[in-house]
Ligand binder design. Structure first.
Ligand code: F0G
Length: 403
């Protein structure tokens, strides 16, 4: 296992392991894996290990000393009832709610916290719309590290907040949104107060690569036509693209899927720039959406996400809060799978793109559903209708059923 950390923008090699951006050009960082030892092998050779993040350890920048909760290995559901409803040939859902803390963040955190331990860091921290903090808190507990999480005030779903507190993190809400919290945590990281495990830490996307490795592995090394992601801070879609680029370069797959990103209409800076064919974007000032996980106006990995989309002939689209909730409930009631609102943005985006004729109905599509429905019980209850209450008699219940 050998690798280099480089600036993704200017290519400069980065020696200092505590940096989160390039000292020359302020660009994003990335891990460049040396995969030459895998040339001439097959991804089938990895199948002696169980499906999950560490099946792919030969493609990850961590050797021994893994901090793991057995993350990954999540279901790839073939959703034929929803496919019929939307009118598309095949719709599969990669259900990331089945991870240990209920979101895809665990893939990044097993690698990121392993890295923190390798570096001898004692305090880890992040800014978060909720899931990153829940995940980091759990992995920090497992590793015996102190954990500090910064959350935007008032807009974090209850399940996520409960998790971060439950696992013993120091939970601090800042007077501002996610973008403000990220700015502050970067400052704390620069001053050495903590080791930052947001996805601008290049080890995080390395773990998140495995989401796409698994999709292709579960499809017996067929590549779907398209993979659709909800996009917030924008590292996850980039990680998937990076993953399959690596496999393409190894000759393990013979085509790339089309990477497609979905943002919520009230926080869609990347959709705006995609509409104008731009490689960079202008931040949105006061992002707002029911999908609080992706309520982000200044996505730190925005340029990388746009690259993933442009390079594979994809699109970025926006959906309304109403479309998100409709997709969330339809999915639950057609397929029996519960996802949080941000996750349902990928499904809502697919529906919209099919209706607009921008996705062909002949495609085989994978939607990534990033987090579990129990993350945000308040939004469910607000959209579910009334609870029925009766006396404890069979007759009263019979009446209630009839009504
Ligand atoms: N879906 C969910 C459920 C998320 O929690 C996030 C991001 C995303 C999608 C978007 O992924 O940022 O890589 O584009 N949540 C972060 C957090 C921001 O703090 O938990 P992305």
């Amino acid at each position: 296992m050998s690798y280099k950390v480089r600036c993704w923008e200017c290519g400069r090699e980065i020696e200092n392991p505590l940096l989160d951006a390039c000292p020359s050009c302020n660009g994003n960082l990335t891990v460049e894996m040396d995969l030459s030892h895998l040339k001439g092998t097959s991804p089938r050779d990895l199948r002696s290990r169980p499906l999950g993040v560490w099946r792919y350890q030969d493609l990850l920048p961590i050797g021994s000393g893994q901090v793991t909760l057995q993350e990954g290995g999540t279901p790839l559901y073939d959703c034929d009832r929803l496919a019929d409803e939307y009118g598309v040939r095949q719709l599969m859902v990669k259900f990331e709610g089945a991870n240990p803390t209920g979101s895809f963040k665990d893939r990044g955190m097993t690698v990121g916290v392993s890295r923190a331990v390798e570096l001898g860091c004692k305090v880890v921290g992040c800014a978060s719309t909720g899931n990153t903090s829940a995940s980091l808190a759990a992995y920090a507990a497992k590793a015996g590290l102190k954990c500090v999480v910064l959350l935007p005030s008032g807009k974090v779903a209850l399940g996520k907040l409960a998790q971060a507190m439950f696992f013993g993190a120091k939970v601090i809400t800042v007077n501002g949104n996610f973008d403000d919290a990220l700015r502050v945590v970067r400052e704390l990281s620069h001053s050495g107060d903590l080791y930052m495990l947001n996805s601008v830490n290049p080890f995080r996307p390395e773990g998140q690569k495995t989401l796409c490795y698994e999709i292709v592995d579960q499809m017996d090394f067929q590549v779907p036509d398209r993979i659709i992601y909800p996009v917030g801070n924008a590292a996850n879609i980039w990680a998937g693209y990076k993953a399959l680029k690596e496999w393409e370069e190894l000759g393990w797959i013979d085509k790339m899927p089309i990477f497609t990103g979905v943002q919520a209409g009230g926080s869609a800076p990347l959709v705006n720039s995609f509409a104008h064919g731009q490689e960079d974007f202008r931040p949105v000032k006061d992002p707002e959406t029911v999908a609080t996980a992706i309520r982000i106006g200044n996505p730190a990995s925005g340029k990388k996400a746009l690259k993933a989309v442009y390079d594979t002939g994809g699109v970025m689209t926006a959906v309304s809060d109403r479309e998100i909730i409709e997709a969330q409930f339809l999915f639950g009631r057609k397929e029996g799978v519960g996802v949080e609102p941000a996750s349902a943005a990928s499904l809502a985006g697919l529906k919209r793109l099919l209706d607009e004729g921008k996705v062909s109905r002949r495609e085989r599509v994978v939607c990534v559903c990033t987090g579990h429905v129990l993350k945000d019980p308040d939004t469910v209850m607000a959209n579910c209708g009334q609870l029925i209450k009766t006396e404890a008699t069979a007759e009263a219940v019979r009446q209630a059923i009839k009504n």
